[in-house]
Each structure stands twice: as structure tokens, then as C-alpha cells.
Design a protein around this ligand. Sequence first.
Ligand code: SF4
Length: 170
Amino acid sequence: MDDKIRIGVSSCLMGLGVRFDGNHKHFPWLTKELSKAYELQTFCPEVIMGLGVPRPAIGLYINEKSFELRRNKDLENLSEKALSAWQALSDELLQLDAFIFKSKSPSCGLNSAFYDKIDGDQTKKTHQKTDGFFVQFLKEIHPDCYLIDERSLKDDSQKGQFLDYLKSLQ
Ligand code: SF4
């Protein structure tokens, strides 16, 4: 492997219209500044798992044992579909030094994804937050990857720590 510094980014932050409604959440600092110094690789976990654009909204749920990713309108469980699609990308993900996530998404939220309880076909709001389903997957397979979201990058101190980390890799 070469010694390039590679940073994964939630695709919608790079201005790509991959959200469930076809919109993006462009975070200009990434395309105007960070991309000049580092190699940024875009990933949309929900597109990768074949959900398409636009797509019905999905959500994060917790049953007795574990978290699940489900389509909100009919509660179809998409967890296995997601994990098998992402598993196929493991080699690429393992080469990343860092990942910049879109906050609040059920897939990409970094400790910012709301989840509901599910029991059979009954759901109940918890008003609690955790990592999105893809964040949980990435942490599992690549615990050394530096994770941050666009909200933290608006904070000078956290942004500075992230840039120091990237410099330390050079
Ligand atoms: S937050 Fe993640 S899953 Fe949602 S559109 Fe952006 S990249 Fe795709």
C-alpha cells in the first residue's frame, strides 16, 4: 500500500445529491480546502447498499438484542442487506485514515442518530442518540480510523485537533 493519507467522506457533504430526497448537504470547506491537501473518497452507505436516489426514508431501531436499520414506512429490516454490501467494501475502508460523517443520519450519524425501540410491529420513540448503523460497522472493522462529523468541524478546537492528527501522519 502507498503512504497517501486517505479520508472517507459522507457523499452528501461533498455536494452530491444522494440523500433520500435527492438533495445534498454540501460542506464547502471539504471541497474548497481539505480536498487540495488530502485524498477524499466519497461513500454513501445507503446508495452502496442499493437503495437508490430518491428512496423511502430509513431509520435506526433497537430490538432486545441489537440495533437494526429499517425502512420507516413498512419497517422492512434492511440490516443484513446493509452489512453484506458494506462488508464487500472492507478492504477499501481499511485503507482510510479518517472518516468525516454527516451528522444525525441513521447511517452516518456519529453519536447523533436518533433511534426508536421496536418490538414486533410496534415502535416507540426513545429520544436517545447513538452511532448510525454504518458508523457502528466501521468502528467494528476499523477501530483505528479517526472519526469526526461536520458539526465538530465547525468548532475551531476540534477542527484543529483533526488537522494536527492528519499532519502527524505525514
Ligand atoms: S448521510 Fe450518509 S447515508 Fe445519508 S445521504 Fe449522506 S452519505 Fe448517504
